[in-house]
Design a protein around this ligand. Structure first.
Ligand code: ZN
Length: 475
């Protein structure tokens, strides 16, 4: 296989080639932006979903599943929302040969599917909080160039929807979601920033939106997910009301939390390198691949030992594959490196005879593990690999931000830009034009660089109400 394009100078080309080489998806399906999940990609996705489910359920959310089709009459109830999604909706207009009385939307997101039912579920303050999530496919007719996991028309989507009794509880739910995402990102080894979106870039219908952005290369960032506070923007049109403890009727304060297969794209984008993908152990379909090296005359011993090692590791709960294919060891190394397997155990004649294996992690670090302490030594090697992978991502993250003091400096940006902004929309748009991308907004936490107080706004020179903001280009 040919070498991958250079990640630092041709990021998008590298990303597409790395996804291809990792065998995570097949994009030859004859509908643009609707890709096939390969066995390997689906296995990784299920492991990723497991992390999301574990963390969200730890915060008291429970799973539901709502129908895929949404009647136009429900879809149109919240004006901003329909305006925001109008151009992206696939419509079902026929049932068999007959036109439908009411066209049905393929959900682009599920507010308008869930909220008419929430209005039936939420009657009293005793019904609150209502915290539910689903993991389903949503459909968006994205007209831009599609890219696997990052910009697709059929999206594997995680969405939490909640109803709270008051604004304080809804703000607390947002904070709980931010904390849950910190743990999810930790499991994937992904550094990111939580950034409050500017007014003009909020989710359609939201009161405020906080997004998680990961810098992936040059000035490019990938939005990994979002948390939104809706306040009463949906509960009013959908009639989600409850009787409060004092007997008054009140509207629910709502929040949502959305994630998608983009997380898998981010894992490839952030951790991958010139060899292909590098998967954190949490999402690796095979944490360990054992390669028996059966040179001529070596007999069956390396294969027998390799199988025995694999059996023991499986019994210890590891996901392990023995690569028994009839191919050269070098070709096998190359193959599993491109797929991002965390740890390889090579078992040749020497290892088989001495009761050892040569362990090589995806970052190329080599150690010897012994049969006597196989489970513990493999566990230690995997933990050390995850730490090193995260360390490499953190170092790259810190280098991906640079200050811009003028609009001129935003042009041809080779990094994500940190700048002073006065908060005015016209300045925001001037910043977006200069960088050729978006003003992501104001970070919720510290930036990965030394910064004093913000100076004058890069667009207007205004010195009142200035704050640090982040500008980047979307991948
Ligand atoms: Zn300004």
């Amino acid at each position: 296989m040919a070498d991958l394009p250079d990640k630092s100078s041709a990021f998008v080309d590298w990303y597409l080639a790395a996804v291809e080489a990792a065998d995570l998806t097949d994009k030859r399906y004859p509908v643009k932006g609707m890709n096939v999940w390969t066995p390997y990609g689906l296995a990784a996705r299920r492991l990723l979903d497991r992390v999301l489910v574990t963390e969200i359920e730890a915060t008291g959310s429970v799973a539901v599943e709502f129908p895929l089709l949404i009647p136009e009459t429900e879809f149109a109830k919240e004006a901003e929302h329909i305006k925001g999604f109008d151009r992206e909706v696939f419509w079902v207009t026929r049932g068999g040969a007959s036109p439908l009385d009411v066209p049905l939307a393929l959900r682009p997101t599920s507010e308008t599917a869930m909220y008419p039912i929430f209005a039936l579920w939420v009657r009293s303050h005793r019904d609150l909080p209502l915290n539910v999530y689903q993991i389903v496919n949503v459909f968006r007719y994205d007209t831009k160039t599609t890219r696997p996991f990052v910009r697709v028309r059929e999206i594997h989507f995680f969405e939490e929807h909640t109803c709270q009794a008051d604004i304080a509880a809804s703000d607390a739910r947002v904070q709980s979601n931010l904390a849950a995402f910190r743990k999810m990102a930790e499991a994937f080894g992904l550094p990111y920033l939580a950034i409050r979106r500017p007014e003009w870039d909020k989710f359609p219908g939201a009161f405020y939106s906080i997004a998680f952005d990961a810098p992936v290369g040059g000035a490019l960032t990938l939005q990994l997910g979002t948390v939104h506070a809706y306040r009463e923007n949906f509960s009013r049109p959908y009639g989600i009301r409850f009787e409060a403890a004092d007997g008054s009727q009140q509207y629910a304060q709502q929040t949502t939390f959305g994630l998608s297969e983009r997380l898998l794209g981010a894992i490839v984008a952030v951790h991958g390198d010139e060899k292909g993908a590098a998967l954190p152990t949490s999402v690796a379909p095979h944490e360990v691949v054992v390669v028996p090296i059966t040179a001529a005359g070596a007999g069956a011993t390396p294969l027998t030992v390799a199988r025995a090692y694999a059996d023991r590791l499986r019994a210890a709960g590891r996901r392990v594959l023995v690569d028994e294919r009839d191919d050269r060891p070098g070709a096998k190394y190359f193959y599993w490196e491109a797929r991002g397997v965390p740890l390889r155990l090579d078992v040749g004649r020497r290892e088989a005879e001495s009761g050892t294996a040569t362990a090589v992690d995806r970052l190329g670090r080599r150690t010897t593990v012994t049969a006597a302490a196989l489970e513990a030594e493999v566990a230690a090697a995997l933990a050390e690999y995850d730490r090193a992978l995260r360390g490499r991502a953190d170092r790259a993250f810190a280098e991906r931000f640079a200050l811009a003091r003028t609009l001129e400096e935003l042009k041809d940006s080779a990094t994500v830009r940190v700048l002073s902004w006065c908060g005015r929309e016209e300045c925001g748009h001037a910043i977006e034009t200069a960088i050729g991308g978006g003003l992501l907004g104001t970070p919720e936490g510290p930036l990965p660089m030394e910064l004093g107080p913000p100076g004058p706004c890069v667009a207007s020179g205004e010195t009142e109400n200035v704050r640090w903001a982040v500008a980047a280009r979307p991948i």
